[in-house]
Write a new protein. Structure first.
Length: 272
């Protein structure tokens, strides 16, 4: 197969490729294997950090030949075959302490990421809720910059009870940082904070350029607000029927079934 004939499919994880039980069903897995066996590329494109994406890929048998992991909303692109990063960017270190101070002022939880750990000032209700699924080790510190020595891939604000309060924090953060950072919700509780040059959509362009694959041969599937740029950037953007209305509004197609009923299987096979 020539490079120009190859295709790449970008998948969000939660609510998209994964079932509610955080698994890949047999029918969808069979479709994925046929897709990559035909010489195409598989890519996880998630808001989760790379270490969490690696764990999902390993646990569920998704480490296909020629696959990539894109984490933290497009700030990290990892080549699975080479075991190395293709691209990496982070939140500027000089913004970390002011952002954490602002979060404290607005009484919202926030944490940062290193390559191996979550870093937080506390281990309260929001942190515990987040770590029900994300098993990355946690460091609690009295000073974030004691542990975060290089620009973190992203920051995450978690607010379980008062979305309006979190939205006020988001607006204040935008006033403080301007266009340096992007803030998007990956679900009603999680506010993703990452460099403006990143985003899931930027991954589609960067990785297709890296592989020499025409944009018309790219596919992307997602369900939440942080997936919108990815669906818009891909040659074919696929929204899950269980996704948010604003996600479905920007998609080329909407699945007939949800993530618990192999909604993506026919589109994966159709992309071969």
């Amino acid at each position: 197969m020539s490079i120009s004939a190859k295709k790449i499919f970008f998948f969000d994880l939660d609510g998209t490729l994964l079932t509610s039980g955080k698994q890949v069903s047999e029918k969808t897995m069979d479709a994925l294997k046929k897709f990559v066996d035909a010489g195409n590329h598989f890519c996880i494109n998630t808001g989760r950090a790379i270490d969490s994406a690696k764990a999902v890929a390993s646990d569920l048998g998704l480490n296909f030949k020629g696959s990539f992991l894109c984490g933290s909303d497009g700030t990290e692109i990892y080549d699975v075959d080479k075991g190395d990063y293709v691209y990496k960017v982070g939140v500027p270190l000089d913004l970390i302490r002011p952002i954490f101070d602002l979060a404290k002022e607005y009484d919202v939880h926030i944490h940062a990421y290193t390559e191996t750990h979550l870093v937080s000032l506390n281990d309260g209700e929001c942190m515990k809720y987040y770590r029900r699924v994300i098993k990355t080790p946690l460091i609690i510190t009295d000073d974030i910059l004691k542990e975060v020595k290089t620009p973190p891939s992203k920051l995450l604000s978690v607010e379980l009870h008062d979305h309006d309060k979190q939205e006020r924090f988001r607006e204040a953060l935008h006033k403080m940082t301007g266009d340096v950072l992007t803030t998007l919700y990956s679900n009603p509780y999680y506010l993703e904070i990452f460099p403006a040059e990143a985003g899931k959509g930027s991954v589609v362009k960067r990785l297709s350029d890296y592989l020499g694959i025409p944009i018309e041969n790219t596919y992307a599937a997602g369900d939440e607000e942080n997936d919108i740029s990815m669906l818009q950037a891909a040659g074919c953007g696929i929204a899950m029927i269980n996704g948010k209305d604003n996600v479905k509004a920007c998609a080329d197609v909407i699945t007939k079934e949800d993530n618990d009923h192999d909604g993506l299987a026919e589109y994966i096979l159709g992309a071969i």
